[in-house]
Structures are given as structure tokens and as C-alpha cells.
Design a protein around this ligand. Structure first.
Ligand SMILES: [Zn+2]
Length: 461
């Protein structure tokens, strides 16, 4: 630490005449603002506490009536995370947080809460594994007041490729991903690598690490059928419930159920496997969903939603693709704005480098990707119209952030309006969830039959 950067109280210097003068000025200033002081001194009130445990990371949220500062540090032997929150006193709500730690939480063993100093509450998390914490605050948005968010990420980041290991391709199936996975297993150090950076046509991918043997080119061999990977993206999750129907059905829950059903159908195909961008009730930022799909080299990205409209009479299914030049309708633009707000509601740490990654993705959308996405979308509409009314007969386009993978055909399916009581009832029924999954499965097969995957952009060696 540089001495001149230290405030006088920390530098150890004796009070000078200047310091005394400053103190007098400061006392005068205090007297001037005195009427406000009692309010400032009052501790913030905790409005709610929530925990969102998941394999990827565990989030702890404290919702408050004002913005508070927090500092954190980690300790070893045993592993602990300590968070000091300024402006808080012990309350029943804080004690409630202790009981919200679930026994199956992958990161938190237990939690202790104590008044560390008169105005500072200390949370001590006893950990099951070392974490890389992110602590940040969010301003009021939607139904939420100020949120203090503690995200506990694993110290060694999990690679989405590992999650896809459950379905191995057979000996006569060409699967470049399987070779990459074998390579990762041989060289575990590469597991902690960040997702590969966005790559556009004509641009060479970054060279592999010197210690990593170069994987064979990712093209399909002649005579072999290529293994196809479909990324399924259940919208919302965790802090972001998505739209909520009048009987209480939450979009985040129903889209996860539909996605899991579709995953089972895809995994039962000999040359296909599905990957879920989230398989639990936690929030995944929009650009992370895109990054995950690119990391598993998805051939197709399907974001699944069930949204709301101002009027409860609105009904029917819609399919959206990305647009580079404005939205195709007012409603499409409204939908895109609403879906893109998920990051604000779900809560993203904008102080991290992720913001830059999100911006890069934003600038890389391609015409080829959009053309392929429109074909996928048409195939979907043809199938979905057999089981539900269509809100519009053609694929609509708008600037959905989650559809911006430059090299993966990407569609967003609004399965129905959860704000319409009849459609909410349909969405709730498992038989209709099955029908939706089956319709999308047939749509996927139709698309790949008409557009063989070997011609996929970005798969050329
Ligand atoms: Zn949605």
C-alpha cells in the first residue's frame, strides 16, 4: 500500500493543524445534516431471503429496502466464506436464512450469522468445497427492491462438455465432440479453460494450448452419420420466474418440464443428444446460455418460453428468430425487450468481464444463421399448429439476446400464452407438455432431413 493513499486515520500520522481544521469543518457539516442522521443510522430492513442451490453455482439473495455495502473473504482449513454486511442488525429474517440452506446444496454445508460490530452483520458460510465468490448489489427492478447477491461459484469452473458425457456415440458414428471430450479427460487442465471465444466464418479458431494435442478436424467422415447436438434452453429460472399465470403457474417451471421431455425424446434418437443450458431452478444469464451452446458445439439452439401479454385473451404459439434490422412486428419487439430484461430480473454481475463477452456476441450475428433459423422456425410452426392455434403463421424476428450465437441456428419458441387461462391449463397438463415436445422433435427431424447437418456453417476444417 502506498502511504499517501492512506486516509489520516490509517497512516498513523499525528493530527496536524490541517487535520484539526478539517475535523472542525466536518463537525460543522454534521450539525448541518443532523435532522437526517437518525434515519441514516437506522438499520436497513430485510424484506426477503432466498437461496438458489445448483451444481453450477449457488446464489444467496438478501432483498432489502436500501442498498448496503458488503465485503467478503475466504478462509481455508476448513473452507469458509465470510461476508460482512454494513448497515444491518440481526433480525428474524436473517435467522430465517440459516434455515434456507438445503442439505443437498453443493457448496454450503451450514451458515452462521452474528452481529460482528454494532452496525455490521457477519455471515459465515461453512463450505463443502472451495468457492470463487461474487458479491454484488442490484437496484430495484420489477417486483424486487434492492438485492444483495452472493454467488458461490466452484473454484474450478465446470465445463458444459462434461455434462454431455452421458450419451456416448457408437463406434460407427462420427462424433468430433467425443474426441474433444477424450482429450479433456486426458488433459484435465483444459477443463478450467474459459469457453472458446466467438468465431465467425473465415476466422481461424484460437490455437490450442501447447500441452494439448491438436484434436482431429471436426468434419464428418464419408459414410458415417454425424452425431447431432441440440442445445435446449429453458427460459428464466431462479430469481427470474418469467411470466406467471392467473392460477399461479410459473413460466420458469413449465418450460423446464417441457425441455426435459424434449431432451428425453432427442436422447432416444440414435444420432442425437440434447444438452440443457439449465436443468434446475437457478438463473443463467442470457449470454452464458449462448456460450454454453457454443462450448458443446450445438447444431441447433432452442429457447423455450411461455409468455404473457397485456390482454388475457391473447393466445396461440409463436416462433421467433433473430433480426439484424428491427423487429417484424410491435409484438415481436415487445417480446424481445421482455425476454432481454431477464438479465436485469435474474441478476447479472455487471462488474464482471461477462459484459464484454455479451457485447462481442451482440456484434457477431450472421445472415446465414438467421436464414437457417427461419427454416427451423417454419418446420416448428408446421408441427405446432397441429396441436395448438398459432398466434402468427410465420416466424417472427426481433433482437433476442439469447439467439445471438453467430454459428448456431437459434429459435425461441413461445409455446403458449401463460397469461391466457385456457392456455395456462394446457401448459400445466403433462399430456400437452408431451405434445409440445413431440411437435418440436418432429420439427427438428424435418429441419435436419431438409438441411443435412454436414453443410453446417463453422464445421469446415
Ligand atoms: Zn419468457
Amino acid at each position: 500500500m502506498v502511504e499517501r493513499d492512506c486516509p489520516p486515520a490509517l497512516s498513523g500520522a499525528l493530527p496536524s493543524a490541517g487535520a484539526t481544521r478539517r475535523r472542525l469543518i466536518s463537525v460543522a457539516a454534521t450539525l448541518l445534516v443532523l435532522p437526517v442522521l437518525p434515519r441514516l443510522a437506522q438499520a436497513a430492513t430485510i424484506l426477503a431471503v432466498r437461496t438458489w442451490p445448483a451444481d453450477e453455482y449457488t446464489r444467496v439473495t438478501l432483498e432489502l429496502d436500501s442498498e448496503l455495502k458488503a465485503e467478503q473473504f475466504t478462509l481455508e482449513n476448513p473452507h469458509r466464506l465470510v461476508v460482512d454486511i454494513e448497515g444491518l442488525t440481526i433480525s428474524a429474517a436473517l435467522n430465517d436464512l440459516v434455515s434456507k440452506v438445503r442439505p443437498d446444496d453443493p457448496y454450503i454445508q451450514s451458515l452462521r450469522v452474528a452481529q460482528n460490530r454494532p452496525n455490521v452483520v457477519r455471515l459465515v458460510f461453512d463450505l463443502k468445497q472451495p468457492v470463487a465468490p461474487q458479491v454484488f448489489t442490484l437496484k430495484p427492478v420489477a417486483d424486487y427492491q434492492y438485492r444483495l447477491v452472493l454467488d458461490l461459484y466452484p473454484k474450478i469452473a465446470q465445463d458444459p462438455l462434461i455434462a454431455i458425457l452421458n450419451k456416448q456415440s457408437g463406434p460407427d458414428v462420427d462424433d468430433p465432440l467425443a474426441r474433444i471430450l477424450e482429450d479433456i479427460q486426458r488433459n484435465p487442465v483444459t477443463r478450467a479453460d474459459p469457453p472458446e471465444p466467438p468465431r465467425v466464418k473465415g476466422q481461424q479458431p484460437a490455437a490450442p494450448l501447447p500441452s494439448t494435442p491438436k484434436p482431429p478436424p471436426a468434419t464428418a467422415s464419408r459414410g458415417k452419420q454425424r452425431m447431432l447436438t441440440i442445445a435446449l434452453d429453458p427460459g428464466h429460472g431462479g430469481e427470474d420466474p418469467g411470466a406467471i399465470g392467473s392460477s399461479g403457474l410459473r413460466e420458469k417451471d413449465v418450460v423446464l418440464r417441457i425441455a426435459r421431455r424434449l431432451k428425453a425424446l432427442i436422447d432416444s434418437q440414435p444420432y442425437m443428444r440434447a444438452y440443457l443450458t439449465r436443468d434446475d431452478d437457478y438463473f443463467v444469464p442470457l449470454h452464458v446460455r449462448v456460450q454454453k451452446a457454443r462450448r458443446v458445439r450445438a447444431d441447433l439452439f432452442i429457447s423455450i418460453h411461455a409468455d404473457a401479454w397485456i390482454k388475457p385473451s391473447a393466445n396461440g404459439s409463436s416462433v421467433f428468430a433473430l433480426s439484424q434490422r428491427g423487429a417484424t412486428s410491435t409484438q415481436a419487439r415487445w417480446m424481445a425487450d421482455k425476454e432481454n430484461a431477464a438479465d436485469l430480473i435474474g441478476g447479472v454481475n455487471l462488474g464482471s468481464h461477462d459484459r464484454q463477452v455479451a457485447k462481442v456476441l451482440l456484434d457477431l450475428s450472421t445472415t446465414a444463421q438467421i436464414n437457417d433459423s427461419l427454416k427451423v422456425g417454419s418446420a416448428f410452426l408446421d408441427e405446432i399448429k397441429k396441436i395448438n392455434r398459432l398466434h402468427k403463421n410465420s416466424v417472427e424476428q426481433a433482437g433476442f439476446a439469447v439467439l445471438k450465437a453467430p454459428d448456431i441456428p437459434s429459435v425461441l419458441v413461445e409455446t403458449a400464452f401463460i397469461s391466457n387461462p385456457q392456455e395456462e391449463a394446457l401448459l400445466r397438463s403433462s399430456s400437452h407438455q408431451d405434445k409440445l415436445a413431440q411437435a418440436m422433435m418432429t420439427g427438428i427431424q424435418r429441419y435436419f432431413t431438409a438441411n443435412p447437418p454436414l453443410a453446417r456453417l463453422g464445421d469446415v476444417s
